[in-house]
Design a protein around this ligand. Structure first.
Ligand code: ADP
Ligand code: F6P
Length: 322
C-alpha cells in the first residue's frame, strides 16, 4: 500500500482564514507522510479535474492573506445527482481517500452526498456568517466583524460631525451574529437581526428619541443583510424623527482582508484536527468549536442541529447602547 492520499477544497463564500486552514491541512498531511491534493474552485475542480499535488512550499506566504488560494465556487452542476457521481468518480480515479471541505452548511451537504458514493469527507466551518449549526465559531467571523467595526467607526466620525443618523447594513442573510457583535462594538442605538422580530416604532424610533432626549445627537443603526432595506429605514428615520439620515451597505469589504490572529489560529487548529481525523480512520465528520474546544460531529448530526441566537447578549446590547 502506498501513501494515503487526501485532498482539500474551499467552497461557497470565501472567508479570511481559509488559507490558514488549507495551509494546515497541507503541512500536517505531508508531515504524516500523506500525499495532499489541492482542488481548485470548490466542487467544480472535481468535476473538471482541476487539481494539483501540494508540497510544503505550495502554502508558503499565505497565512496572512484573505480570500482562498484554492479559489472557491458555488457549483450548481455539482448539486445534481449526476454531478455528485462524476465528482465521486474523479476522487476514485485520483485515489483520494479523504476529502477535506472548507465551507458552510451547503458545502457540507455536498460532502454528505459525496460520502454516499464512498468518498470519505471531513468538513471544516469556513464562512464569515458564523451560521454553522454545530459550531460556536466559523473561520472568518472574527476578521469580518473587525472589518465591519472599523468601517462603522469611520462612518461614526462623519455621522458625529453632521449630527446625523447612519444606518449600516452588515452581512448575514439568515444569521444576525455579525450585526449583533458589531452593533455592541460600535455602540449602535438599534440592532436589527433576522432572528428577532422587531417593531420599527418601538425598536428604532423610540430608542432614537429616548437617546436624543438624554443629549445624544448622532446615532448608528446596525441592520443585518437578512432584514435589509437600509435606504427605506434611513428615509423613515428622517421623516419621523426629523434628523438627517444616511444609509450604507458594507457588502463584500467584510469578506476580504488579512485574517485576524483568532482566525489564523482557529483555522490552523481545525485544519490539523481534520487531518488527524482521517489519520485515525474517522470520516464523514464536521470539525467544530464548542466551549472553545475543537471537536467533531457526525456530518448528518451536524447538519440537523439547531443553532441558538444569543438572545441574552442581544438584550444586554439594548441596555448598554442607549
Ligand atoms: P456554503 O457552503 O457557504 O453554505 P452554498 O450553500 O452555496 O455555500 O454551497 C456551496 C456548494 O455546495 C453549492 O454550490 C453546491 O455545489 C454544494 N451543495 C450545496 N447543497 C448541496 C446539496 N444539497 N447537494 C449537493 N451539493 C450541494
Ligand atoms: O455566506 C457568506 C456571505 O457573505 C453572506 O453573508 C452573504 O449573504 C452572501 O455570502 C453573499 O454571497 P455572494 O458573495 O454570492 O454575493
Amino acid at each position: 500500500m502506498g501513501e494515503k492520499v487526501i485532498a482539500v477544497l474551499t467552497s461557497g463564500g470565501d472567508a479570511p482564514g481559509m488559507n490558514a486552514a488549507v495551509r494546515a491541512v497541507a503541512r500536517v498531511g505531508l508531515s504524516y507522510g500523506m500525499r495532499v491534493i489541492g482542488i481548485h474552485r470548490g466542487y467544480n475542480g472535481l468535476l473538471h479535474g482541476d487539481m494539483f499535488e501540494m508540497n510544503l512550499r505550495s502554502v508558503s506566504d499565505v497565512i496572512h492573506r484573505g480570500g482562498t488560494i484554492l479559489y472557491t465556487a458555488r457549483s450548481p452542476e455539482f448539486k445534481t445527482d449526476e454531478g455528485v457521481k462524476r465528482a465521486a468518480k474523479t476522487c476514485k480515479d485520483v485515489g483520494i481517500e479523504g476529502l477535506i471541505v472548507v465551507g458552510g452548511d451547503g458545502s457540507f451537504r455536498g460532502a454528505r452526498e459525496l460520502s454516499k458514493y464512498g468518498i470519505p469527507c471531513i468538513g471544516i466551518p469556513g464562512t464569515i456568517d458564523n451560521d454553522i449549526r454545530c459550531s460556536e465559531y466559523t473561520i472568518g467571523f472574527d476578521t469580518a466583524m473587525n472589518t465591519a467595526m472599523e468601517m462603522v467607526d469611520k462612518i461614526r466620525d462623519t455621522a458625529q460631525s453632521h449630527d446625523r443618523c447612519s444606518v449600516v447594513e452588515v452581512m448575514g442573510r439568515r444569521c444576525g451574529d455579525i450585526a449583533l457583535q458589531t452593533g455592541i462594538a460600535v455602540g449602535a442605538t438599534a440592532i436589527l437581526v433576522p432572528e428577532v422580530a422587531y417593531d420599527f416604532d418601538r425598536d428604532v424610533i423610540k430608542r432614537i428619541k429616548f437617546t436624543q432626549m438624554t443629549g445624544k445627537k448622532h446615532f448608528i443603526i446596525i441592520v443585518a443583510e437578512g432584514i435589509g432595506g437600509v435606504d427605506n429605514i434611513a428615509r423613515k428615520i428622517h421623516d419621523i424623527v426629523g434628523i438627517e439620515a444616511r444609509a450604507t451597505i458594507l457588502g463584500h469589504v467584510q469578506r476580504g482582508g488579512s485574517p485576524t490572529l483568532r482566525d489564523r489560529v482557529v483555522a490552523s487548529t481545525m485544519g490539523t484536527h481534520a487531518v488527524e481525523l482521517i489519520l485515525g480512520g474517522k470520516t464523514n465528520r464536521v470539525v467544530a468549536m464548542q466551549q472553545g474546544k475543537i471537536i467533531d460531529f457526525d456530518i448528518n448530526e451536524a447538519l440537523e442541529m439547531k443553532r441558538e441566537f444569543d438572545i441574552n447578549l442581544y438584550n444586554a446590547a439594548l441596555r448598554i447602547s442607549i
